[in-house]
Write a protein that binds this ligand. Sequence first.
Ligand SMILES: NC(=O)c1ccc[n+]([C@@H]2O[C@H](COP(=O)([O-])OP(=O)(O)OC[C@H]3O[C@@H](n4cnc5c(N)ncnc54)[C@H](O)[C@@H]3O)[C@@H](O)[C@H]2O)c1
Length: 246
Amino acid sequence: MMRLNDKVAIITGGAKGIGAATVHLFAKEGAKVVIWDVSNKGESLANRLHREGWPVHFMKVAVSDKKQVQKATQKVKEAFGKIDVLVNNAGITKDKTLLKMSISDWEKVISVNQTGIFYCTQAVAEVMKENGYGRIVSASSNVGLRGNFGQTNYVASKSAVIGMTKVWALELGKYGITCNCIAPGFIETDMTAAIPDHVVKQMLPLIPLGHWGKPIDVAYGYLYLASDEAAYVNGTCLVIDGGGAR
Ligand SMILES: NC(=O)c1ccc[n+]([C@@H]2O[C@H](COP(=O)([O-])OP(=O)(O)OC[C@H]3O[C@@H](n4cnc5c(N)ncnc54)[C@H](O)[C@@H]3O)[C@@H](O)[C@H]2O)c1
């Protein structure tokens, strides 16, 4: 039995990295997957997986744009009749130390990582409520728990994800909707490729497992929290960081 049989799942930021690994895994587990991403790589990925026989679709959606999110939510509902799973995975960084961070750096990160998750969850939860079922899983980060040098904006957004998740678990539980988040450590994707080498070298000894995580390590966390195996897990944050310093 596949773990997401016939479930309809939206995965934001599914064009690459952790999101793309999650798209593939969810499709293999029986889900009908809709990628929401600003990157056309999402379209190429969906086309490729479709040719291979997986029910994966792409919609160009900026999660930071409320109107686009509302429109896309209606389209998914019309096409599939329901939405079972929302993975709020899209995220960006614009790192600077506090004294050098511009308002624009602050606002861009908050608008995608925090406000974007608010828009997507608000729109999709309405559809889930009608169906009396839903699984919402969002991307926080282990830095949202411990802070990180040069990431005021990113850490603020990722701590907010943990807080919002706890509020939504309280508010949406009565509709059969669970809300959880994951807190990855250092995962090998384009996002972490931007971190300077000397910083990366300092971080490795802090990870007991002695190596970075792969996108699939996080995808399995999303899968668990999106599945019925996690039916009684609500309002929690699953740390996936190899036991790294917190
Ligand atoms: N890579 C890590 O080490 C790490 C660690 C902790 C948390 N995370 C979080 O996991 C998530 C995925 O990270 P990743 O490393 O795969 O990143 P990535 O940069 O490889 O992919 C992010 C995806 O989000 C999309 N995106 C960006 N802005 C968007 C918007 N406004 N609307 C829709 N899509 C948008 C991008 O186009 C891209 O496809 C992010 O939320 C990130 O903050 C990553």
